[in-house]
Design a protein around this ligand. Structure first.
Ligand code: NAD
Length: 543
């Protein structure tokens, strides 16, 4: 910044549109969905601003109608990944030195494009290719990504304003340099907003990026590249490559200029990446930043003082929205014996009213799970549960992949609190419940804390303040996002910074300043105004 201490517009959360019958947004979105459904797109690699078609392609289909083709995407070979690294490093020469207000303007423009002209398209793409309802697409692809872009831009300026003390003899300045090299962004299928945020947050701080989206999210990733281009991100700053994740990762991690990874996905993949980075540590010019938000086995623990209807509503929304494919989805619940019959009654009544199907029928609350691999895995867990004498099927349990990958919202009741579906992340619409003796509150809190390797989200329900306080203390390390009398999902940027520890990640809180600090390397500059001319300190004089 040369000639002014500029202030960016104050960030506010993007209002969530209702898409109520008769609203103009509903018509526009459903028309756009239909248009996309009836056309076929071709997604190239984006390297140095160029669209690269390799000819080695994979088809794309909606999870709710897997025989219907909506396009294909091109897959990279090793040489393309190397070209993407080269393009990024070349772009860095200008991007890293560009005054920050230009970066701010670009990403604020991207937010405004998503809020206006691209809103219907990004939401329709997410509904179609990731099988989200209108509401789930709106809170993810439009609103959360807009919030990430606006809030991060404000956080960037707040970080830049953090400066050390100075005195009349010397001025201390800190400049927040981007990392020396390039950042590798690896993103999951389940949130279009995360897919956009992981490359964008690093680029906002002056970094250049090679981005590898999930195979199951390429369709909406392409719309994001369109938005980034429209917003004016220069060529080579964000390069997108798809294909074999192992080949792409191995090529990236062999580069001496690899300076950080921004990952969201499953725990085992992240642990494998961390190991590989360790194996190559002597290759790198700088210690790479390793940021990963990973799996969860998120809990709802209920005290006997709670309201059964509130609990059942939190479970229905927390476990089954977006088919339970949220890292924060409630997937294990602990209910006191005295409340169980009421919770069960409300929960089964709610679930009986839920409709399942394609997202363009807006009366559907549940759509399809992402792909056949996920469907088969979930069906296997449900079959095993049906055969297990310790498990009772309370709701759902049916599945059908003839047209789309549909799994009914399923509730299991287990007598074994360490039953596999109480511990393992399934990432689908399956909730397991353990009913405990009302008098075993403290023991149950210990059980919640020690049952899984994860610590992402969790919720406690209680009207008894003492019991609440006990839970807050006992579960201090069991969740990075802890909810009181609420469902464990639905974190909003700027309000509930998101992330967990233990097996759930490095807890660098997406949508907060903490995350942005990982993409900068501060340099302190001390400038002395009148340097001394005599080395002797006063204490050296004899008298
Ligand atoms: P995933 O781990 O299968 O894939 C994530 C990314 O890693 C994809 O881009 C994929 O292609 C890539 N990948 C897969 N195998 C790889 C390998 N061997 N080497 C390098 N890259 C590889 O995850 P997913 O199914 O896309 O997403 C669901 C997972 O993400 C769940 O575990 C969920 O809990 C987690 N998640 C966590 C958060 C969070 O904030 N904690 C948010 C969203 C999703």
């Amino acid at each position: 910044m040369g000639k002014g201490f500029f202030e960016v517009p104050i960030a506010v959360n993007e209002p969530v549109k209702s898409y109520a019958p008769g609203s103009s947004e509903r018509k526009e979105l459903l028309d756009t969905y239909k248009e996309l459904y009836n056309s076929k797109i071709e997604v190239p690699l984006y390297i140095n601003g160029k669209e690269i078609k390799t000819g080695n392609t994979e088809t794309m289909s909606p999870p709710h109608e897997h025989q219907h083709i909506i396009g294909k995407y091109h897959k990279a070979e090793k040489k393309h990944v190397e070209e993407a690294i080269e393009a990024a490093l070349e772009a860095r020469k200008k991007w890293a030195t560009l005054p920050w207000e230009n970066r701010a303007a670009i990403f604020l423009r991207a937010a405004e494009l998503l809020a206006g002209p691209y809103r219907a398209k990004i939401n329709a793409a997410t509904m179609l290719a990731q099988s989200k309802t209108i509401h789930q697409a709106e809170i993810d692809a439009a609103c959360e990504l807009i919030d990430f872009l606006r809030f991060n831009t404000q956080f960037m300026t707040e970080i830049y304003a953090e400066q050390p003390e100075s005195s009349s003899v010397a001025w201390n300045r800190v400049e927040y340099r981007p990392l020396e090299g390039f950042v590798y962004a690896v993103t999951p299928f389940n949130f279009t907003s995360i897919a956009g945020n992981l490359p964008a947050s690093a680029a906002l701080m002056g970094n250049v990026v090679v981005w590898k989206p999930s195979d199951s999210q390429v369709y909406s990733a392409q719309v994001l590249m369109e938005v980034f281009n429209q917003a004016g991100i220069p060529d080579g700053v964000i390069n997108m490559v798809m294909g074999d994740p192992v080949m792409i990762t191995n090529t990236i991690l062999q580069s001496p200029d690899f300076s950080g990874i921004h990952f969201t996905g499953s725990t085992n993949v992240f642990k494998g990446l961390w190991k590989k980075i360790g194996d190559h540590i002597t290759t790198y010019k700088t210690y790479p930043r390793i940021v990963g938000e990973t799996g969860g086995k998120d809990f709802v623990v209920v005290h006997k003082s709670s309201d059964a209807k509130q609990v059942a509503t939190a479970l229905t929304r927390g476990a089954f929205e977006f088919q339970g494919q949220k890292c924060s989805a409630a997937s294990r619940a602990y209910i006191p014996e005295s409340l169980w019959s009421d919770v069960k009654k409300h929960l089964t009544t709610d679930l009986a009213s839920i409709k399942m199907g394609a997202p363009d029928d807006t009366s559907n609350f549940v759509c399809a799970v992402i792909n056949e691999r996920s469907f088969d895995k979930l069906a296997g867990y449900i079959d095993d549960a049906k055969k297990d004498p310790n498990v009772e099927l309370i709701a759902g349990g049916n599945y059908d992949k003839s047209k789309g990958y549909f799994i009914e919202p399923t509730v299991l009741l287990t007598k074994d609190p360490k039953y596999t579906t109480m511990c393992t992340e399934l990432f689908g619409p399956v909730l397991t419940i353990y009913v405990y003796d009302d008098n075993a509150w403290e023991e149950t809190l210990k059980l919640v804390d020690s049952t899984s390797e994860y610590a992402l989200t969790g919720a406690v329900f209680s009207h008894d303040r003492y019991a609440l306080e006990q839970a807050v203390k006992a579960l201090e390390n069991a969740a990075g996002n802890f909810y009181i009398n609420d469902k464990p999902t639905g974190a909003v940027v700027g309000q509930q910074p998101f992330g967990g520890a233990r097996g759930s990640g490095t807890n660098d809180k997406a949508g907060s300043k903490q995350n942005l600090y990982r993409w900068i390397s501060p340099r302190l500059i001390k400038e002395t105004f009148v340097p001394p001319t005599d080395y002797r300190y006063p204490f050296l004089t004899e008298k």
